[in-house]
Design a protein around this ligand. Structure first.
Ligand SMILES: [Zn+2]
Length: 321
């Protein structure tokens, strides 16, 4: 995946005319990429699809403004937004997390920023000095990184192939032991309502009875895995909209999330922990207003199992919030 290690002794330390030309060409290319609205490379990390709803107040894609960097002069000093130099805007924990902003040793984190496609090393704070590590995936606007074993709470920065250092992360990344990972979590990160009797499991619907609990929340609110589970389906359906089925690892039960604002970024087969982001509340499919339709199945979803009323369980999770 990564390039061959650089042999420092052989590198030229002076800038030749050819080198200057290369830098100019690189800068022009970068400017075109930043200004182009269809940044093909930048999309996959943010989940497929471009579905957006008028009632969604949230833009879940933390892209940089198109002007950032593109209009500033190449002679500007170091800092965020300088063309070519890597910068960090935010860090989000995506797997083996205590929360979206708190990681564990071995957790997968997503570093969001600019000019990250030439990054070679990610530097964490360790108990006895700095710890350097590589990346798992790399895009211009994001890196996926595993938090190294010896890492402790601290600021994170990155270094690119030319030795350019980024700013340090806007805040310290808390790194906690794995035992701090919650076992169960309420699926909605934000304000919600269980609604009225029509939202209940078993209430009447055209041609069938309601197989889940509807939980109202603002479109765009983050949805997380309730328990450690394997992603069984990540699909679209005319009725369910964008939906995900998570098969729980501990027992033969499944949780289903429907009407999400866009397709979940989770790959089928992936194992997620409680708290791993699943998607965002939406209004897709046959849905009237932003809400999560949540199902709790005993046995396989739609293939021999049966749904039960998830409300008592959801209420117990809500109390622990
Ligand atoms: Zn429903």
């Amino acid at each position: 995946m990564r390039g061959a290690p650089t042999r420092g002794g052989r590198r030229r330390s002076t800038i030749t005319p050819a080198g200057i030309l290369l830098i100019l060409v690189g800068f022009v290319a970068l400017t075109m990429i930043v200004l182009s609205p269809a940044v093909a490379e930048a999309r996959p990390l943010d989940g497929a699809g471009t579905a957006s709803l008028e009632d969604s107040p949230v833009d879940p894609v933390p892209y940089s403004a198109p002007e950032a960097g593109a209009t500033s002069s190449a002679t500007t000093g170091g800092g965020i937004g300088v063309p070519g130099l890597p910068s960090i805007k935010a860090i989000r924990c995506v797997n083996q997390c205590v929360s979206a902003t708190r990681a564990t040793r071995g957790a997968a984190i997503r570093i969001v920023g600019e000019n990250l496609n030439r990054v070679r090393r990610i530097v964490f704070k360790g108990r006895e000095g700095r710890i350097r590590t590589g990346y798992k995936a790399r895009r211009p606007n994001a890196l996926r990184v595993i938090v190294p074993k010896g890492a402790v709470r601290g600021y994170v920065f990155v270094v690119d192939g030319s030795g350019n250092r980024s700013n340090r992360s806007p805040s310290e990344l808390p790194v906690l032991p794995k035992t701090a990972i919650p076992v169960e979590l309420f699926p909605i990160r934000g304000a919600f309502s269980f609604g009225s009797s029509g939202s209940r499991f078993g209430s009447g619907r055209a041609g069938h009875t309601h197989q889940g609990q509807d939980v109202s929340a603002k479109c765009g609110t983050t949805l997380v895995a309730v328990k450690r589970a394997r992603v069984q389906y990540n699909r679209w359906d005319g009725g369910a909209g964008n939906y995900v089925v998570l098969k729980n690892m501990a027992d033969n039960t499944s949780f289903v999330y429907m009407h999400m604002i866009r397709r979940s970024p989770l790959k089928v087969g992936r194992v997620v922990n409680a708290g791993t982001p699943v998607g965002r509340v939406g209004n897709t499919g046959r849905s009237y207003g932003c809400h999560l339709h949540f199902e709790y199945w005993i046995g396989p979803w739609q293939t021999g199992g049966r749904p039960i009323d998830p409300l008592p369980y959801l209420r117990s999770l809500a109390k622990k919030r």
